[in-house]
Design a binder for this molecule. Structure first.
Ligand SMILES: [Zn+2]
Length: 440
């Protein structure tokens, strides 16, 4: 009997030890997330609000409307997304988007357009496109069949010559940068930014779970300046115009969700929209699942809902009319600002050149003869630090202000602006403009 009690006691100590270790490990793993929740994120919220309170509507110099949208997003048409129209539109409305140019993964080697969502839905333009595995995004803007058995350069040429838009996405990967026909490249992509994290995705999952009301700051944990990509972009622009855009790579697929099927069974859907199980509901399912929400999900744990991607990195396009083709045409002209909308709304931000008579001689993305550029200007709805880059090198920077002016000294080159806001004790990039190309 005595021996038995002794063994039991040792066993209890052992189990107690394991349990204590486990608890310590959990505390250790979630403590950064808790620190964020109680200290870091409330402070960031306060700073962001203080910035928003300094809003001043800039006067309109550029005689074109600027419309906000996203490029490179996925829907149910992709194998790794379940995104349906109601979820897409709700996310887009919350993020105040006017357009989404989707880039779904193709289903067949013969890729028929238009397909998936294509048209104007509740005033939001959805355009269908394909993201090829090599990091090529094509938007044909036409009824056509793309044959992916052709070489990439053939496809790029065909799409470009028929009026479509061709973008290199995932600019961290190899591309044929010297191809003469593509129009644009991503200078920022959320997924690119995730991939370079050293600790893997687990810290984001933990942080995202603890801090779902601060998802925008959670997303920011992975943010890095994409300096190599920007350097490559600057290099290419010294040969010809390559438009810089932001891609969101929205999938709404880093989730665990469950739904009732019509036959009474239930389906669990995991990360990358994979089916985990289809079965008769068990006691566990009944415990976890409630009434289906408006999208049909009866259980939902989400890391990347559409809104958070759609509101993270945006493209403002200066255009005449709110149509898919007019937005496309102005993207090709480089009339684009990339903004991190979760920091502040870039509506009203403008970048332009004036001639010696004080008249507008060019806007963001334009090529202007040097004799027509007396000064270049940027105006912002919030006080920012303006940085002027010439051919990729920092040329000038301002103190915190709403306006910026640089007087030209007949020097040709590509001039682009980075506007930074002061949040979290540092000047972080908020806007990247496309260059104004000043030539001889
Ligand atoms: Zn993608």
């Amino acid at each position: 009997m005595k021996v038995f009690i002794k063994v039991l006691r040792i066993l209890l100590y052992f189990l107690g030890g394991i349990l204590t270790l486990l608890i310590l490990l959990i505390i250790f793993k979630i403590s950064p997330a808790l620190w964020n929740h109680w200290t870091v994120y409330p402070q960031l919220e306060k700073e962001r609000l203080a910035l928003w309170e300094q809003y001043r509507k800039p006067k309109q110099i550029i005689p074109l409307r600027s419309v906000k949208g996203v490029l490179h997003a996925h829907t149910f048409w992709s194998h790794d997304s379940r995104g349906l129209l109601p979820e897409i539109l709700d996310g887009a409305k919350e993020a105040e988007l006017k357009f989404i140019f989707n880039s779904d993964h193709k289903r067949y080697q013969l890729d028929t357009f238009p397909r998936g969502y294509h048209g104007v839905y509740d005033g939001i333009i959805l355009e269908s496109g394909t993201e090829h595995s090599s990091g090529l995004m094509i938007s044909p803007f036409d009824s056509t069949v793309v044959d992916w058995n052709k070489t990439e350069s053939e496809i790029i040429k065909e799409i470009a010559q028929n009026g479509g838009l061709v973008t290199y996405v995932h600019s961290e990967d190899e591309h044929d940068w010297d191809d003469p026909y593509y129009h644009a490249m991503e200078i920022y992509n959320i997924h690119t930014d995730v991939k370079d994290e050293e600790g893997g995705i687990l810290p984001f999952v933990i942080n995202g779970t603890v801090n779902h009301k601060y998802r925008h700051w959670g997303f920011r944990e992975m943010y890095d300046d994409q300096t190599a990509i920007l350097a490559n972009w600057d290099r290419l622009n010294q040969q010809r115009r390559v438009v810089g855009i932001a891609g969101v790579d929205a999938h709404n697929n880093q989730n665990f969700r469950a739904r009732y099927l019509e036959n009474g069974k239930i389906e669990w859907v995991g990360p990358n929209a994979d089916t985990l199980a289809i079965r008769e509901p068990t006691w566990f399912d009944k415990l976890m699942m409630g009434e289906p929400d408006q999208y049909g999900w009866a259980f939902k744990w989400e890391l990347d809902p559409y809104f958070n991607s759609y509101n993270f990195a945006n493209d403002y396009v200066f255009c005449d009319t709110l149509t898919n083709t007019n937005i496309r045409d102005h993207i090709k002209k480089g009339h684009v600002l990339v903004s991190f909308e979760h920091l502040a709304k870039a509506e009203g931000f403008q970048y332009y050149a004036l001639n010696n008579g004080g008249s507008l001689s060019g806007i963001v993305g334009d090529s202007v003869q040097v004799g027509h550029v007396e000064s270049i200007h940027a105006v912002s709805p919030y006080p920012v630090k303006f940085q002027l880059y010439r051919n990729g090198n920092l040329l000038d920077e301002s103190d915190q202000d709403y306006e910026y002016k640089f007087s030209m000294n007949t020097q040709t080159g590509n001039y682009r602006i980075v506007a930074r806001v002061f949040i979290g004790e540092e000047w972080i990039p908020w806007i990247y403009t496309n260059p104004i190309y000043v030539y001889e």
